[in-house]
Ligand binder design. Structure first.
Ligand SMILES: Cc1cc2nc3c(=O)[nH]c(=O)nc-3n(C[C@H](O)[C@H](O)[C@H](O)COP(=O)(O)O)c2cc1C
Length: 173
């Protein structure tokens, strides 16, 4: 059972054959601009939810949890925005420890983007506007809904290569 499962896992392909090139030296210096370029490329390549990312948070004892969320914006202050209920597990963990990490992965392009930093709550007005802009909005309000912004301490753009010399473009702020 375990042997055959291991063999099944081993037989799965890691990355597609036709990976894009990436030259960090020629990339925009602004990470938001580079992310927008990569997002357009991912959409053109048929990536279904390139705006979905995993968010890792930690509780006061250092126990880590992660879950998928949707990126709402990268704002003019460089904040990577997402929204959730303030009363959720992640909301409680962020209250006690603002440090969090995002991870985007776009398999069709062999690309991963890691963003880590401290998260701050945005205004009640911005949170309400985000709630109202949800696709299934019914006009009701949700006072628990909170828009957050992660201010990057570090960002890494990662490009898989067929020769396994994967490219890591890391920025520290
Ligand atoms: C693709 C995807 C996108 C999601 N986007 C959001 C989101 O933007 N906000 C949110 O609160 N939950 C979102 N969820 C649900 C969360 O993953 C999670 O189940 C929920 O927020 C509770 O997380 P917590 O108990 O760790 O706080 C999404 C789930 C998936 C699979």
């Amino acid at each position: 059972m375990s042997d055959s499962f291991r063999a099944r896992l081993r037989a799965l392909p890691d990355f597609p054959e036709d990976l894009p090139d990436f030259d960090p030296a020629a990339a925009p210096r602004d990470p938001a601009e580079l992310f927008r370029q990569w997002l357009s490329d991912a959409l053109a390549a048929g990536v279904r939810q390139p705006h979905a990312f995993s968010l890792a948070t930690a509780d006061g004892d250092g126990h880590v949890s992660s879950r998928m969320l949707i990126l709402k914006d990268i704002d003019d202050d460089g904040g990577w925005q997402f929204a959730t209920a303030r009363t959720s597990r992640k909301g409680g963990e962020l209250d006690g420890n603002p440090n969090a990490a995002m991870n985007f992965y776009w398999p069709e392009r062999g690309r991963q983007i890691r963003v880590a930093g401290a998260v701050a709550q945005l205004s009640a007005e911005a949170s309400a506007a985000d709630w109202d802009a949800r696709p299934a909005t019914d006009g009701s309000s949700n006072p628990q809904w909170q828009l957050y912004a992660l201010k990057p301490r570090e960002i890494e753009f990662w490009q898989a290569r067929a020769d396994r010399h994967h490219i890591r473009h890391r920025m520290v702020f």
